[in-house]
Design a binder for this molecule. Structure first.
Ligand SMILES: [Fe+2]
Length: 204
């Protein structure tokens, strides 16, 4: 695979993130950096993942926030922005990071785009062939807040308080907790131990 075609190098990803942070400053920027660090650290011990690709995909997963403040429309905006640049893997993950279950009705809260955009997002979700990289960013999206690393449970509450929840939320929570258990097994370690400062904070 030609790596330059499916995602940018780290320096370019950093520039895209900084540009987006100027357009729409917010907690999402530091969240993205923590997701990237978690992804790199987990990829370093995972048998099938590349740490540099993981870091880059983490930096870019929420790049659709550049058009915000926005809600779930950031998924489609990130996808369109990265597709335009030719970064097809990063573009797919800008959407799939929110679909640990690939159903539109697992989105929490009101849709902030047009009905046509909702249909288009649905088509992107249906078409996406998810890989271990998609799974990794789904996991790591749950491990980073703006001010540091967190447990899955802490992040589930953080999201529910901002987006509310619906009838599918328990299924989504089960799937996310299962994802953590799967990565623990694949990595041969409790992945919380790979996130600097997390265990110390929990025990303090
Ligand atoms: Fe995120």
């Amino acid at each position: 695979m030609e790596p330059g075609l499916s995602l940018p190098d780290v320096q370019t990803a950093e520039q895209l993130l900084m540009e987006a942070a100027e357009m729409n400053p917010g907690a999402w920027v530091e969240h993205s950096r923590h997701v990237a660090l978690a992804a790199r650290n987990i990829a370093e011990v995972h048998p099938n993942l590349d740490p540099t690709r993981a870091y880059t995909l983490g930096l870019l997963h929420d790049i659709g926030r550049r058009t915000g403040p926005n809600r779930d429309r950031h998924l489609l905006d990130g996808h369109d922005f990265l597709t335009e640049l030719g970064y097809t893997d990063a573009a797919r993950i800008a959407v799939t990071h929110s679909f640990v279950i690939p159903d539109m009705d697992t989105l929490q809260g009101d849709w902030d785009g047009t009905p046509q955009e909702w249909q288009r997002l649905r088509e992107v979700v249906a078409r996406a062939q998810q890989t271990d990289e998609d799974r990794l960013i789904q996991l790591c999206d749950m491990l980073g807040l703006a001010d540091g690393f967190c447990t899955i449970e802490e992040r589930l509450v953080d999201i529910a308080l901002r987006y509310t929840f619906n009838a599918r939320t328990p299924d989504k929570w089960r799937a996310k907790l299962q994802l953590k258990a799967d990565f623990d097994r694949e990595c041969g370690v409790n992945i919380y131990l790979l996130l600097p400062g997390l265990v110390e904070r929990l025990l303090a």
